[in-house]
Design a protein around this ligand. Structure first.
Ligand code: FAD
Length: 301
């Protein structure tokens, strides 16, 4: 039987927000509006993804630089080692360090042929994310976060192999893991039991995905090994074509997931904002997390 713990006071919740670099002027405007709207929630940190979807280091660097220069937000940059030599990674790290980055989310990255193809390390590059973490450790005194997969990474043949990679990343110097999104909290709880049994003691911060679009999410989830429980379909049933109702359901779901995890003792959450503020705000609202006064944004200036 599970002991019911009291819900963590929302003032004790730590949150971080994930953004991606915009690919067009419209998306750029949307990102900075989002940053301005979310900034008063005073996240522990925000992070900007790297290299995914055909982008290079430049859009990540300029986004990170603007966050550091124009906002008070602690900003982490994601970094991948796919398709790059060690020297190339070092040059990128030096550039980001010069821009003020002190926190990296270190990732291997998807195979260059796309998800589902075979990953091959670049000759002269880092072999995997753990190797990249060691390299980063040697380059400077950075805070290093990594990925974790409660439903295991699609390339891992079993849970042991998957957890072993996480352990290697921690042994190499990672101090926090951010998870792939998941919707079944029992899956996370069982994962945490395995994590603890493996002697891994860093925070494994749940990645929370408020559902902007269930159809798109299903497509994406099938590529990254995350499952979509049938209760999600049931909750959205009957709301087809009603954007407002669907947004309310999505916010209810994300808030319920966070509240339930918080009852199970989790205090830190990483929210995939998809560069949009309303759903994240509606979620935080339902949890009683309110914006805090006293910080002035320069982000949208
Ligand atoms: P690793 O931790 O190195 O490996 C993941 C798993 O794959 C391990 O459990 C390991 O067991 C298994 N594995 C790895 N190599 C092999 C192998 N050769 N044979 C068998 N099993 C193997 N991608 C981006 O491009 N840019 C981003 O900014 C980005 N941000 C992310 C943020 C988070 C929080 C998460 C969860 C993922 C992110 N990704 C990003 C996706 C990530 O790059 C992919 O999932 C990639 O396929 C694995 O990278 P990793 O660092 O998680 O890999």
């Amino acid at each position: 039987t599970k002991t019911e713990r009291p819900i963590t006071r929302t003032s004790e919740l730590k949150i971080s927000f994930e953004f991606f670099p915009p690919k067009s002027p419209d998306m750029e405007a949307q990102l900075w509006q989002t940053v301005e709207a979310l900034q008063p929630y005073q996240p522990d940190f925000v992070s900007v993804t790297y290299g995914a979807g055909g982008t290079t280091r430049e859009p990540t660097l300029s986004t990170v630089k603007r966050l550091i220069d124009d906002t008070p937000l602690a900003t982490a940059s994601h970094l991948t080692c796919v398709g790059a030599t060690r020297d190339e990674v070092r040059a990128v790290v030096e550039e980001f360090e010069a821009a003020g980055v002190r926190h990296f989310v270190a990732l291997r990255g998807d195979p260059q042929g796309g998800v589902g193809t075979r990953y091959a390390p670049h000759p002269g590059g880092y072999v995997n994310a753990a190797d990249l973490v060691s390299g980063l450790r040697a380059m400077g005194d950075f805070e290093i976060s990594v990925s974790a997969y409660p439903e295991r990474h699609p390339e891992s043949e079993n849970d042991t192999v998957d957890l072993d990679m996480l352990k290697q990343k921690v042994d190499a110097g990672a101090t926090r893991a951010l998870t792939q999104f998941f919707f079944d909290n029992d899956v996370y709880e069982r994962y945490m039991e395995r994590v603890q049994a493996a002697g891994i003691n860093i925070p494994i911060v749940p990645g929370i995905m408020p559902i902007q679009n269930l159809t798109q999410l299903k497509r994406f989830a099938s590529m990254c090994g995350a499952s979509i429980p049938s209760f999600l379909d049931a909750r959205f049933e009957g709301s087809e074509g009603d954007a407002q109702a669907r947004a309310a359901i999505a916010a209810d779901l994300a808030a319920e997931q966070i509240a339930d995890l918080s009852r199970r003792g989790v205090q830190e959450f990483h929210i995939y904002t998809m560069n949009r503020a309303p759903l994240t705000i509606a979620t935080l609202d339902r949890l009683g997390v309110s914006p805090k006064a006293g910080r002035v944004s320069g982000a949208a200036a």
